[in-house]
Design a protein around this ligand. Structure first.
Ligand code: ZN
Length: 150
């Protein structure tokens, strides 16, 4: 019973795949490429200073694609690309309550990369889970920032 209860709780809290993050070397090359691929326009670009990353967003129905380019030589994306090359970087799930999900996942043994939610792109509070605790997949939790914080 315990397992079933946990499963049900998880099913309602990890709402949907909000976006897939893709590491790219150069947005000026990859934005036109994805515009062609998806047959839609990039609707937003944004720099997240704290992560040294430039982002570009596409929206396909309910799901977004987030292209990530390093904003500096020391950025996390720059490190990632030098190790692994371009490609899928993370999967982001929309959650209704990021604090509750972080607590739940931590209790389940997942490793949180930040202990408090932090500011992400696209008006979100985010938290990342270490890939080594999730079969090699970097998982992002994201929640729309409450209006009062904007
Ligand atoms: Zn993301």
């Amino acid at each position: 019973m315990q397992n079933l209860k946990q499963y049900c709780a998880a099913a309602t809290t990890m709402n949907k795949i909000e976006h897939i993050g893709i590491a790219v070397r150069n947005l000026s090359v990859s934005v036109p490429l994805f515009e062609k691929l998806l047959n839609s326009h990039c609707y937003k670009t944004e720099t997240v200073e704290s992560e040294q990353v430039n982002t570009a967003f596409f929206k396909q129905a309910e799901t977004k694609i987030e292209l990530l380019e390093s904003a500096g030589p020391e950025g996390i994306i720059s490190n990632y690309i030098s190790k692994k090359g371009e490609g899928i970087h993370h999967i982001a799930f929309e959650v209704s309550d990021i604090y509750a999900e972080m607590k739940r996942l931590k209790e389940e043994g997942f490793i949180l990369l930040n202990e408090e939610p932090k500011e992400g792109a696209d008006n979100k509070l985010v938290c990342f889970l270490h890939p080594k605790s999730a079969n090699g997949v970097l998982i992002e939790l994201c929640m729309e920032k409450p209006m009062s914080d904007v």
